[in-house]
Design a protein around this ligand. Structure first.
Ligand code: URA
Length: 433
């Protein structure tokens, strides 16, 4: 078999055989197929797509290119959740204890934040002592006893995806539905959960900027997951406005805890309820309506909050920081951004809001950067709010005092306003089961 012929076949719009796909993934992962040929094939896939059989084969081959996690001891109870990424998206911190308090076994291998979106592992590391690395036995024991373990991705999970994603990133081939599907789903399948709920974000802070493409991606990922033997659901949710009010690692932990204590009932609460209900439906076989009632109840009666403390403590985190949120890290300097306009907030350039949080120190521009766990933004006003000149729009937190003027100016340019009250947009566009 020759890589040249595989590239030519896909360039001409033909479908590849399973043997050809396996030849490519195996050869590229072990290094016998060079980057330039892999990049040419990815560009051909970008233009000519892949059919369902090809995408299933690509996903499954990538999933088995390295280590896989065996969660078979949890039967159908293991459940995972994945978000395509957004600003202020801390739903994992909420849904994991909610679902575990109802009997689900929540297992997650999460990434770090890069660019304008945050990562669950960074958020959890803002809790002093929290360990994001566990041995396989520790991981499984904790899931058995507590019902949750959330760690960073193991070194040898889906090496094929690591190489392919790095190459796509520099060859303008990221935005391809079969390539995104195989990249995300291969990691989820290697991570072993029987049920997977996907949160596909759409809007100015998301990867998918329009609803049509978000739906295509969500439907494709659900189809491919089912073909690979998993129990799947997806939700398409809004990312035209940051989710919740807090952006930045410890600030997001704080907001998640407040939702779990029943103190906050905002957009973050609603999206979390939807995601958790779907997870419960898939892993415990409850109806969606029944699951939603249970989810709201465990938040109301404090069971989910107690489960969060049990999880954080089991993973080495200082639970006093959850009980007393003022003990979480907070950067030294703060600045209130005030309105210069009179009218309604009609939206945000959400990606730019994420960039403001990176400038403040809450995120990374490159993989090697360190982050300031106490930096970030608290939004005091959101889309639909009436604002008068001088009102506080947001509070910025940072240890980089010299960055405040730049961050403030950029934050102001993120806000869209008008005299007219904006129409209310949906928070949840579609549930796919
Ligand atoms: N996230 C991934 O993990 N892979 C993609 O291809 C896109 C987003």
């Amino acid at each position: 078999m020759r890589m040249y012929d595989i590239i030519e076949k896909k360039r001409n719009g033909d479908s590849l055989t399973n043997e050809e796909i396996k030849f490519f993934v195996g050869g590229f992962t072990e290094g016998s197929i060079p980057d330039y040929q892999a990049a040419a094939l990815m560009m051909a896939i970008y233009f000519n797509g892949m059919n369902e059989r090809e995408t299933v084969c690509l996903t499954d081959t990538m999933a088995h290119s390295g280590d896989t996690v065996d969660l078979s001891r949890f039967g159908t109870f293991s459940v995972d959740k994945h978000s395509t990424g957004g600003v202020g998206d801390k739903t994992s911190l909420i849904v994991a204890p909610v679902v575990a308090s109802l009997g689900g076994k929540v297992t997650k291998m999460s990434g770090r934040g890069l660019g304008h979106t945050g990562g669950t592992v960074d958020k959890l590391e803002s809790i002093p002592g929290y360990k994001t690395t566990l041995t396989n036995d520790e991981f499984l024991d904790q899931v058995e006893k507590v019902g949750i373990a959330v760690i960073g991705q193991s070194g040898n999970l889906t090496p094929a995806d690591k190489k392919m994603y790095a190459l796509r990133d520099v060859t303008a081939t990221v935005e391809s539905i079969p390539l995104i599907t195989s990249s995300i789903m291969s990691k989820k399948i290697a991570a072993g959960s029987h049920s997977i709920v996907l949160d596909v974000k759409v809007g100015s802070g998301a990867f998918m900027k329009d609803l049509r493409h978000a739906k295509l991606l969500a439907e494709e990922m659900v189809k491919i997951g089912i073909s690979c033997g998993r129990n799947m659901a997806a939700v398409i949710t809004d990312m035209d406005t940051p989710l919740g009010n807090n952006i930045g690692n410890s600030l997001e932990v704080e907001e998640a805890v407040r939702v779990l204590r029943g103190e906050v009932k905002n957009d973050l609460y609603e999206v979390s309820v939807t995601l958790a209900s779907l997870m419960v439906t898939l892993c415990l076989g409850t109806t969606l309506r029944g699951a939603e009632e249970k989810v709201r109840a465990v938040i109301e009666d404090g069971r989910a909050y107690e489960k969060m403390k049990e999880w954080i403590s089991a993973q080495g985190g200082d639970v006093r920081c959850i009980e007393d949120l003022s003990l979480l890290p907070r950067s030294e300097y703060s600045c209130e951004v005030r309105s210069t306009f009179d009218g309604y907030i009609t939206g945000f350039d959400t990606e730019k809001v994420g960039i403001v949080s990176v400038i403040l120190g809450a995120g990374r521009e490159s993989k090697e950067d360190s982050i300031d766990h106490g930096a970030g933004i608290i939004l005091r006003k959101k889309t639909g709010d009436r604002v008068k000149p001088g009102d506080v729009l947001a509070t910025l937190y940072t240890n980089r005092k010299e960055k405040i003027p730049e961050a403030e100016m950029l934050f102001n340019s993120c806000i869209k306003s008008s005299w007219a009250e904006p129409e209310k947009k949906p928070l949840i566009y579609k549930v796919i089961k």
